[in-house]
Design a protein around this ligand. Structure first.
Ligand code: PAF
Length: 285
């Protein structure tokens, strides 16, 4: 397994692979890898000949009072996991390599970025789009893989790729959950044992709403209220609970087969997100 830190070296290497007709997949990450990321690697291996995984904690997608400086990092552990799962190359640039002095260019998607996480994190998706474009330009992938826990992120990136005609196919992979249903996230590490237990209210209440919808309860406000109550009862501080159309991300008053329920809530100081389709047979874990 190779590890590159330089953009020019990575570009050169990718170009040489592409000239030989080798298909490249990129799995962009911020590190502190877990089984959720490895499901992206697995998908990448299924669809490409050469798997690159980037590890870069991107400062521009964090707001001023967010967890950039304390975001968990473990390059050694990440490398071991990558090696075990057949990653061919880790791209691991530092912040100066990615954002040289006087960087003043942004990539911004302006519609799908606005609701849900975009309301409480107004500059987040601009940071994500900008860094993803830079990662694409460094690694020159044929395909790139994103997780559906960050459903809105995957939707924003698909739109950006379409709008800007990037020759990169975007694939998304379903949420990977812990044995008890908690959606896997690098941020779960921040949770105390009590907070972790209480945070199960998120996936359990989403599952309750899904079952209610499957049994015919189609009022979005009632379903959202149920989830809100359960999460509040468990001590969670809600950022948003919304039922939206999975393509437009606009709110839906009444549930349809395209309805997605999306949640962001704090347990202690940790902001967790999760989502599920409402007309769907189960939440798998
Ligand atoms: O999902 C993430 O880990 C990040 O938002 C991404 C896509 C790697 C961009 O920094």
């Amino acid at each position: 397994m190779l590890t590159f830190e330089s953009i020019s070296k990575t570009q050169e290497f990718s170009l040489s692979l592409r000239r030989k007709g080798i298909k490249i997949a990129l799995v962009p990450t911020m590190g502190f890898l877990h089984e959720g990321h490895m499901s992206l690697v697995k998908m990448a291996r299924m669809h490409a000949d050469f798997v690159m995984l980037s590890i870069f904690v991107n400062p521009t997608q964090f707001g001023p009072n967010e967890d950039f400086s304390k975001y968990p990092r473990d390059f050694e552990g990440d490398s071991e996991l990558c090696l075990k799962h057949g990653v061919d190359l880790i791209f691991h640039p530092d912040a100066d390599e990615m954002y040289p002095d006087l960087s003043s260019t942004w990539v911004e998607e302006t519609i799908l970025s606005k609701p849900l996480c975009g309301k409480s994190r107004p500059t987040h998706f601009r940071g994500v789009c900008t860094v993803v474009v830079k990662l694409f330009n460094a690694t020159l992938p044929d395909i790139a893989i994103f997780g559906e826990k960050d459903y809105q992120q995957a939707a924003v990136i698909k739109r950006m790729v379409r709008d800007l005609n990037f020759p990169v196919k975007i694939l998304s992979v379903p949420i990977v959950r812990e044995h008890d249903g908690l959606a896997m996230s690098s941020r779960n590490k921040y949770l105390s044992p009590d907070e972790r237990q209480n945070a199960l209210a998120i996936c359990k209440s989403l599952d309750e709403a899904r079952k209610m919808a499957m049994e015919g309860e189609l009022s979005s406000s009632l379903l959202a209220e149920t989830v809100k109550l359960r999460i509040s009862q468990a001590g969670g501080n809600i950022d948003y609970i919304e039922i939206v159309n999975s393509e437009t991300l606009l709110p839906e008053e009444s549930v349809s087969k395209n309805s997605l329920i999306a949640v962001a809530a704090y347990f202690g100081g940790t902001r967790l997100i999760d989502n599920c389709f409402l007309i769907h047979k189960n939440i798998e874990y």
